[in-house]
Design a protein around this ligand. Structure first.
Ligand code: URA
Length: 460
């Protein structure tokens, strides 16, 4: 049979199609895919010989039937091997990597790399751009004038040799299978499946070559996995994958019931990262960075306990070493280091427009996912992968869950190019808050921890 493959050229691939039908029906009927089936599927997707309709059918069968532990490991291995695999052995010491499953106002990577770097951690981090309701580390860093994100692997290693840390854009040849599969998952309603998410995340982390992996698995209204039980299962599956490849992996389960930081928007989030690194901003974002950073120090063998790690990091903030490491990272990647003393060099909107609360009472909920999506549509993020972001737009939030507000109290400020634009997005955001006369119970920022021995509640 002649089909049109991804590149648009015709090819005779009847045998491939027949074999793919067998794989699809096996999974559709609840069977277990062999290593060979999975290897064949992933290679066929990358080579463009499996048409999108068959890939989509298999993804849907996996969505409903799920993947067993051995299938997830096999899928991760095939995906990780679908492109280049980094060798970081030229860098001395234990290399650690960190990954967040995505949320709103989440600048932890931008804070953690220099913070942990100031305490001696070596981190060669590959990050992505924003998609859907979540922001992207690379988009945020690109709002720094001159900041470069495209580097070859050798250049990235050079950056880490120079300053200890680098955050660069994930190259196209790292796990190409994930790029192709993710794009199809996104448009076929098959993205939120634990086995598919776990293999997508872990294939990229394993191909990136670090010795230890720290995962920040978000749960709550603004997370990809809003339900607690799903988030715990995702964390367990990802830790299991890492360990089965001999890479020590730890996952923290963290709260995404409301935006993590108080600023949403690319330049605004860089500003907030600098406020945290300089010790001027306390709160949940700092708390989470200290916890994640302490885990990184333990994983890298630079602290005996999380307590010792957190103390080292607090000293790095107090001494200015963390902010200095951020400056070094910015300059070494071509950025303008003067933004630290002169944040007005960041592309920020000319004006901020204040918005008062339309309700009264304790803030019970914030529709975090909708907030991220509305801001993405406004221009903070991108509606599609090829769209540009506007780094100057965003919102600064003045109230948190559990705060008591009266009608008219300042709720947030919108950074926009005109009063009209601000009015449109401001009115949408005001509707995302729910108020009640009694105070809600607000959960802590860190909810649990998964390591090779399983799930643990936090004791410190
Ligand atoms: N992040 C990823 O890298 N992959 C997913 O599937 C979901 C979140």
């Amino acid at each position: 049979m002649t089909t049109i493959n991804r590149s648009g050229s015709s090819s005779d691939n009847g045998d491939e199609q027949r074999f793919m039908v067998d794989i699809i029906t096996k999974k559709r009927d609840g069977g277990r895919l062999s290593n060979r089936d999975i290897e064949y599927f992933v290679q066929g997707v990358v080579d463009g010989v499996i048409p999108d309709y068959q890939t989509a059918a298999l993804l849907m069968a996996i969505y409903w039937r799920g993947l067993g532990d051995d299938e997830v490991v096999s899928l991760t291995r095939s995906m990780a091997g679908s492109g280049v695999q980094l060798d970081l052995s030229d860098l001395p010491g234990i290399k650690v990597d960190k990954h967040s499953t995505g949320g709103v106002a989440d600048t932890t990577s931008i804070i953690l790399a220099p913070l942990a770097g100031a305490a001696g951690v070596r981190m060669a981090k590959m990050s992505g751009r924003g998609l859907g309701h979540t922001g992207g580390t690379i988009d945020k860093l690109e709002s720094i004038p001159g900041f470069r994100v495209n580097f070859s692997v050798q250049e990235m290693i050079g950056l880490v040799q120079e300053t200890g840390v680098a955050i660069v854009e994930q190259t196209d040849d790292l796990v190409p299978a994930d790029r192709l599969l993710y794009a199809l998952r996104d448009v076929t309603g098959t993205a939120p499946n634990i086995g598919l998410i776990a293999s997508s995340v872990m294939s990229k982390k394993l191909a990136a070559g670090s010795d230890r992996i720290l995962l920040d698995v978000k749960t709550g209204r603004g997370a990809f996995m809003p339900r607690w039980s799903d988030a715990v299962e995702l964390a367990e599956v990802m830790v299991g994958i890492g360990e089965s490849f001999g890479v020590q992996t730890v996952a923290l389960l963290t709260n995404m019931e409301q935006p993590l930081g108080r600023r949403i928007g690319n330049s605004l989030e860089i500003l907030e990262a600098m406020e945290v690194l300089s010790g001027h901003k306390k709160g949940e974002l700092l708390e989470l960075c200290l916890y994640l950073g302490a885990e990184l120090l333990v994983l890298a063998g630079l602290a005996q306990s999380r307590r010792e790690g957190a103390e080292k990091l607090e000293k790095c903030i107090a001494s200015g070493a963390a902010l200095d490491k951020f400056r070094q990272m910015v300059i070494s990647q071509g950025g303008d280091g003067r933004i630290i003393e002169k944040p007005e060099l960041l592309p920020l909107a000319e004006r901020s427009y204040p918005f008062g609360s339309t309700g009264e009472g304790y803030i019970w909920s914030v529709e975090t996912r909708e907030m991220g999506q509305a801001l993405a549509n406004f221009g903070v993020g991108r509606a599609a992968q090829d769209k540009k972001v506007d780094p100057s737009l965003g919102v600064s939030l003045h109230k948190r869950l559990g705060d008591y507000v009266r009608k008219g109290d300042l709720l947030f400020e919108v950074a926009a190019h005109s009063e009209k634009d601000a009015g449109i997005i401001g009115a949408q955001l005001q509707k995302m808050y729910t108020f009640k006369p009694t105070a809600p119970e607000v959960s802590p920022i860190i909810l649990g921890r998964v390591d090779s021995t399983g799930y643990h509640e936090l004791t410190d």
